[in-house]
Ligand binder design. Structure first.
Ligand SMILES: CC(C)(COP(=O)(O)OP(=O)(O)OC[C@H]1O[C@@H](n2cnc3c(N)ncnc32)[C@H](O)[C@@H]1OP(=O)(O)O)[C@@H](O)C(=O)NCCC(=O)NCCS
Length: 184
């Protein structure tokens, strides 16, 4: 079963390791933090920052990935979505999709957002398929928007509205529950 839990002190080192995983890093627009002490400063600042929230994705209780919403402090009731599965053993088996359904419930039903949006590198097929499955829609396409490893890369802008998630959530949750990824 997939779950989301709040951050604890021990997650600092875990996030440092995960964010530097090549399979995670290759899909991120920014460089990873280079030193562990800079990362620790970022982690502490992030936990105190009302503008953002982060959760650890767990798989049968074991930490597997990270999910974050940023921009919560604005008056527009929207936030930017960020996520990755840090543990290689947890990728490609529906963990991301299950975490996504739980994260969208937090965003729309608990926090009361109106919109969640995301920037995804245009060739990140796994993320694009997973997000489309939850009901994210394409809102834009930014050409040569990110300089990554010496190459300019295109970015897709995705978003989902509260009413769109409400309309889709039962279907998405039923399918995840049938795969024993979340509780029905
Ligand atoms: C993007 C990411 C978070 C998605 O998480 P994931 O767990 O790997 O992805 P999914 O939940 O979609 O599962 C992947 C595949 O497993 C399949 N799957 C396997 N068992 C499944 C099950 N029981 N139920 C549903 N899907 C299942 C899915 O269909 C999917 O296949 P598809 O993409 O061919 O349709 C993850 O791949 C990741 O961390 N990638 C690197 C970092 C990254 O790209 N982050 C996002 C930046 S925008």
């Amino acid at each position: 079963m997939i779950d989301l839990r709040g951050l604890v002190d021990e997650d600092c080192g875990r996030l440092f390791r995960w964010r530097r995983e090549p399979e995670v890093d290759r899909w991120m627009s920014d460089l990873p933090v280079q030193s562990e002490s800079d990362h620790a400063r970022w982690f502490e600042g992030m936990r105190r920052d009302p503008d953002q929230r982060g959760w650890i994705i767990t798989y049968n209780g074991d930490p597997a990935g990270y999910l974050t919403l940023t921009g919560l402090g604005g008056r527009h009731r929207r936030a930017a979505w960020g996520w990755y599965i840090g543990e290689p053993w947890a990728r490609g088996r529906g963990v991301g999709r299950a975490a996504q359904a739980l994260g969208l419930d937090l965003a729309f039903l608990d926090i009361g957002l109106e919109k969640v949006w995301a920037e995804v590198l245009a060739d990140n097929d796994t993320a694009l398929r997973a997000q489309a499955a939850a009901g994210f829609r394409r809102e834009g396409y930014l050409r040569r928007h990110v300089l990554k490893d010496g190459e300019f890369r295109d970015v897709v802008l995705l978003a989902i509205l509260a009413e769109e998630w409400r309309a889709r959530r039962d279907l998405v949750r039923r399918s995840l529950a049938a795969s024993h990824l979340i509780v029905a």
